[in-house]
Ligand binder design. Structure first.
Ligand code: NAP
Length: 351
């Protein structure tokens, strides 16, 4: 997975077989470019030479590119990883292999694949390391596949690897209408848990109910701790927190004896400072969840985990929702809407 974060190589102009076995005449592709880290206004669509697969790489004809919260943060220069500009944002794709570089085995032209690309995903075509691509299962459309890996791997890594959720346990999911939130509801339900979904709007809570949540809390209006305790007869066993900020502490206080609190992200901005007596009380456990770092250190483990998830989709145990589809030209607007909290579920760019 180290190579996941390598930038795609834009280069000379090859002739690519198209899906019908003919030859594509296009010598350029449209890509989204971030010219300055800072304002999303500096994100534009430009023409670039078609990508050439380097040794060990494949070129993927992008059918859908997932937009994640972190993409906007990176463009704004607010993320720890700061790419050299200009760069092509976006880290998750699904599409069809249209060219194969030297030394590639196991992937061929015409294969339906999904991949984490690091950067470069918001484009009509992208060159990625063949070792980073996985087949798209029949059960997933390209749009679903492009929005799957980051959200579901993080949720599964939290609830089935960093901790183990048992059947019948109560799981509180914060930000339950977001990408990781909805995936966490789906995963928790698949593990037999009972889910309380917390989010800021009726629309987001409806989405979480649609995914199987039994109870909901609108946490900007209601007292999160009191409501969760009342709904669950004393508290939850597990908290999934991709939001951070002022909701973290009441969520921790809403856990019962031996409660586990999964720290996943800080989408609201501030990182909560939790009084450690709240961990001591009731023998609670705080658990850090960093799927991305783990996947880079253990690519085989990650691939095996993704295989488990895909098997669960194919057997009907997981039900990823249909993402909204937007054109490449709206990349900046979509990233802005994730940062200003107006998106429910997932969004993919469809070149
Ligand atoms: N640890 C890991 O391995 C890992 C992996 C991937 C992503 N992450 C992190 O997890 C977090 C969530 O990612 P995501 O893909 O679920 O994002 P998302 O789809 O944008 O959802 C985030 C949710 O956070 C809530 N939120 C509260 N205050 C917010 C604010 N000021 N701005 C934006 N959102 C706000 C929103 O729900 P409400 O409006 O309902 O409050 C929103 O739906 C991010 O910080 C991301 O970097 C962590």
């Amino acid at each position: 997975m180290q190579e996941v974060f390598r930038m795609p190589a834009w280069g000379a102009r090859p002739r690519f077989p198209d899906r019908g076995g003919g030859v594509l005449v296009s010598e350029s592709v449209r890509v989204v470019v971030c010219n300055e880290l800072g304002s999303l206004d500096d994100v534009v669509v430009e023409e670039r030479d078609t990508p050439v697969p380097g040794r060990g790489q494949v070129v993927v004809d992008v059918r859908a590119a997932g937009v994640n919260y972190v993409d906007g943060l990176i463009c704004q220069g607010r993320y720890q990883m700061k790419p050299t500009v200009p760069y092509v944002p976006g880290g998750e794709i699904a599409g069809v292999v249209s060219a194969v570089g030297e030394g590639v085995t196991g992937v061929k032209v015409g294969d339906r694949v999904m991949a984490m690309t690091g950067f470069g995903a918001f484009a009509e075509q992208v060159a990625v390391n063949a070792s980073s691509v996985d087949p798209v299962p029949d059960a997933l459309a390209f749009t679903h596949a492009a929005a799957f890996i980051q959200s579901y791997c993080t949720a599964w890594f939290a609830l089935a690897r960093r901790i183990t959720v048992s059947e019948g346990e109560w799981v509180l999911v914060l930000g339950a209408g977001g990408g990781i939130g909805l995936a966490a509801v789906d995963v928790a339900v698949a593990l037999g848990a009972q889910v309380v979904a917390a989010a800021s709007s009726a629309e987001k809570l409806d989405a979480a109910r649609g995914m199987g949540a039994l109870a909901t809390v609108e946490y900007e209006r209601e007292d999160l701790k009191a409501r969760v305790r009342a709904l669950t007869g004393g508290g939850v066993d597990v908290v999934v927190d991709p939001v951070g900020g002022r909701h973290s502490e009441p969520a921790l206080r809403a856990t019962r004896t031996f409660g586990r609190f999964c720290v996943i992200g800080f989408a609201s901005g501030p990182i909560a400072s939790i009084p450690l007596n709240q961990v001591l009380l009731n023998n609670r456990t705080l658990v850090g969840v960093d799927w991305g770092a783990w996947a880079m250190r253990d690519p085989e483990g990650h691939r095996s985990m993704l295989g488990e998830l895909i098997e669960m989709v194919q057997s009907g145990r997981l039900h990823p929702v249909e993402p909204s589809q937007r054109p490449l030209d709206e990349a900046a607007a979509v990233m802005a809407s994730l940062l200003d909290r107006t998106v429910t579920g997932k969004v993919v760019l469809v070149p």
